[in-house]
Design a protein around this ligand. Structure first.
Ligand code: ADP
Ligand code: ZN
Length: 731
């Protein structure tokens, strides 16, 4: 495959196609010795000397309209270079399949009988089937699709087509109507008068809006400091200038609450999310490209929204890992947004209560403007956070997920009519199934990772590959067969049971990816919590972010250590973020709030800093460590991952990669340090053995060159697949 933007080829444009072939449109060209006809993107049209090179001609043009603007071409070229993908791959990823495939043709055709035809139905000479079709359609209360009409009359499409040709049936192509925001009755809200912090933040942002080459802005505001109102008033300014804004939020935050907040303030917004149909997506893309949309709100890929006059990009919860795509091209929306903002000379606002160290470091270096909003709206205090040392409870033989302290706090909160959020970042019932007689642990046959017991259907599930089997009653080890197999480790299902048993008279709801499978279930659950039908909300990290419920006065973190002991540079950072974010869900109203964090490591710096709401303290401790170990944000990192069905071939291949890099550096000079190769933390996944190699360097270009060098030099065995993940976020 191709290796980067150098993969652009020159073709001649035949006279009859000149004017039709423009940058950002697609063409058919002959490729290779066999002159295969392939689809390609035109990235530039130039007049130049091509000397004695034999150039081929473009065969045909495919688009009547430009799919990719010049800015977007420049941005995708940058992405291809930065993420070591081919430009073509990046373009394919950026333009929704629906748009490339002209999904518009799959819009619905609606048939009706023109009035003048309907009046003279009886006088027409028709076959019996045609007669049935026409009378049925004329009698219908609204237009019908050809499919529905054929079904109703029990005929094929033939008589319908004939009638359409004779113009006895009129056809109209229409987009299927979905619930759009503009269609809904949204209660209008007016601008809030800003707090001092908000007003100062807005002034700084507007100064950047006016700047000729705006600097990105880190809006570091504690939870409940009113960041959204700042975004909204900044966007208003952009719209007043006839421009558009893009607001990127984590997928999980695309709740009705988020949509509502923007839709109640702006006309003509477009919401992009991953559950849209092709037709819907295509329609939104066209709407946005036409310039009619003022504000685009969407998850990661909305960074590619084709706004013709972009005025601002906002990335809310900039630290969120869902902004990184985990398939080719493995881009991070934050980096892409920064590039797009630079190309289109618009400000980028990165908002969060817990900045990623990458962003924070850039702000400290002066690359980004830093705005702080350290106070909550109305000077509400941040909630008091206490740790509960679970080591103590272990020694007294206490069992269960809820400590005595947490139990008492829950009881008090319920008596005071408050609401409670309990966070546990593990779904399922028991997370550990082991035979006490022989020690056998029940594992996934494809991944060799412990299976989790799900009581809802009595299965054991692999949380990595979704392998399912019936939960064993006896030890599956043939030599043992002991009947007292033990289910331990606590997941959200078990926590839910415990809460139900302990607080039986209070309604509770569980939110995790198991209960939230059906579209709309997320919204429905949150609505029940909002209207206080439900008093206790139990769930995984999906409940830790963005929710704004003033009646929540208690948050319990069941196990703060779940992320802490991962072999990942960001383990501490993730833990700090998770605790801070979930703590931020409480004390948002006038009722105050408290947070209890259960942990076996109460003295861990990340947990300690989180209990004090002290981001600066966290960063101060973490940054020197990152510097000493040559890690992000100081050095660049690339993670190379290889997988294959047999362990020796993968291991051997990775050894070659490592040696090749060492050789490359010896020749070229410079410094790349290598960690590994070693089996990946998830060593076997879906039947494939996995190895990884982490590269660190202060020189990004050198690492890129090293990876490209490996791609050229090493013959990859057929069964081995390898990728290079630039700025990896999973280790
Ligand atoms: P953040 O995103 O920083 O966590 P939010 O934007 O959710 O904070 O704001 C917290 C709460 O304060 C929301 O309920 C919001 O409506 C309210 N709010 C924001 N700005 C103001 C203001 N200037 N005056 C009154 N209430 C405000
Ligand atoms: Zn598995």
């Amino acid at each position: 495959m191709s290796t980067g933007p150098e993969q652009a080829f020159d073709y001649l444009i035949p006279d009859e196609l000149s004017g039709e072939i423009l940058p950002g449109r697609r063409v058919y060209v002959p490729l290779g010795r066999s002159n295969r006809r392939v689809m390609a993107y035109c990235v530039a049209v130039e007049r130049k000397e091509y000397g004695r090179r034999k150039l081929k001609h473009v065969l045909a043009s495919l688009d009547q309209q430009t799919l990719v603007s010049s800015h977007m071409l420049a941005m995708t070229q940058w992405m291809a270079e930065y993420y070591l993908a081919s430009w073509g791959q990046v373009l394919e990823a950026v333009i929704p399949a629906a748009v490339r495939g002209n999904a518009g043709t799959r819009e619905v055709t609606l048939l009706s009988v023109p009035p003048q035809v309907a009046m003279q139905l009886s006088t027409l000479k028709l076959t019996e089937k045609q007669q049935t079709v026409l009378t049925t359609l004329a009698a219908a209360s609204k237009p019908m699709t050809p499919g529905d009409l054929a079904d109703k009359c029990r005929v094929t499409q033939a008589p319908i087509s004939t009638l359409r040709k004779k113009k006895l049936i009129a056809a109209e192509v229409r987009r299927v109507s979905h619930a759009h925001f503009d269609d809904l009755d949204i209660e209008r809200e007016s601008a809030k008068s800003l707090s001092e912090d908000q007003a100062a933040a807005l002034r700084t942002i507007l100064a950047q809006v006016k700047a000729p080459q705006p600097k990105p802005i880190l809006l570091h505001g504690v939870t409940g400091s009113g960041k959204t109102e700042v975004y909204i008033q900044a966007i208003q300014n952009v719209i007043d200038q006839g421009k558009q804004a893009i607001v990127l939020v984590p997928e999980i935050s695309l709740t009705p609450q988020t949509k509502q907040r923007f839709a109640s303030r702006f006309d003509r917004i477009a919401v992009l999310h991953s559950h849209m149909s092709d037709v819907e997506r295509h329609w939104q893309w066209k709407r946005i490209a036409s310039g009619i949309v003022n504000v685009v709100v969407g998850a990661r890929s909305a960074v590619f929204a084709p706004t013709p006059h972009l005025g601002m990009i906002i990335l809310d919860e900039e630290h969120d890992t869902s902004f990184k795509q985990d398939s080719v091209p493995r881009y991070h929306a934050r980096e892409v947004a920064a590039k797009r903002a630079e190309l289109e000379q618009v400000p980028l606002i990165l908002g969060t209560a817990t900045p990623s160290l990458e962003t924070f470091y850039r702000a400290k270096q002066g690359q980004y403007e830093l705005i702080s909003m350290p106070r909550r709206i109305g000077n509400r205090p941040l909630p008091a956070v206490r740790t509960v040392d679970m080591r103590y409870d272990k020694t007294t033989g206490y069992r269960g997920a809820i400590s005595r302290q947490l139990y008492q706090s829950i009881q008090r909160t319920l008596q005071q009519e408050g609401q409670i959020i309990l966070l546990l970042n593990r779904r399922g019932h028991s997370t550990h199934i082991q035979c006490p007689a022989c020690g056998h642990i029940v594992k996934c046959p494809h991944c060799e990772l412990p299976l989790t017991h799900h009581i809802t259907d009595g299965s054991t599930v692999c949380h990595y590959c979704d392998f399912r089997s019936v939960a064993p009653r006896v030890c599956p080890d043939a030599k043992c067969g002991y009947s007292g197999i033990r289910f331990s480790g606590i997941g959200t299902q078990k926590l839910e049971q415990e809460v139900k048993a302990k607080f039986s008279s209070y309604p509770i709801i569980r939110m995790d990816s198991d209960t939230m499978k059906k579209p709309g279930s997320h919204e429905a659950a949150l609505e029940k919590f909002r209207n206080q039908e439900v008093r206790i909300l139990v769930g995984t990290q999906m409940i830790a972010k963005g929710l704004d419920f003033p009646n929540v006065t208690l948050v319990g973190v069941i196990n703060a250590d779940t992320a802490l002991h991962f072999p990942d540079v960001r383990a501490g950072e993730r833990t700090f973020q998770l605790i801070t974010q979930v703590a931020g869900r409480t004390g948002r109203g006038d009722l105050g709030g408290e947070v209890l964090v259960q942990t076996l490591s109460p003295d861990h710096p990340a947990i300690e800093a989180a209990t004090r709401h002290d981001y600066a303290l966290f960063a101060e401790r973490e940054l020197p460590f990152r510097r000493d170990f040559q890690m992000t944000p100081f050095a660049h990192m690339v993670r190379i991952i290889a997988r294959g069905p047999t362990q020796p071939s993968v291991e051997l291949f990775m050894q070659q990669v490592s040696e090749e890099i060492t050789r490359f550096i010896a020749e070229k000079g410079g410094d790349i340090s290598q960690q590994g190769p070693a089996p990946a933390p998830i060593e076997k996944l879906r039947g494939n053995y996995r190895y990884h190699l982490l590269l660190h360097s202060f020189d990004r270009h050198l690492m890129r060159a090293a990876v490209l060098h490996c791609r050229q030099k090493i013959t990859v065995p057929d069964e081995v697949l390898w990728i290079a993940d630039i700025d990896p976020i999973d280790m």
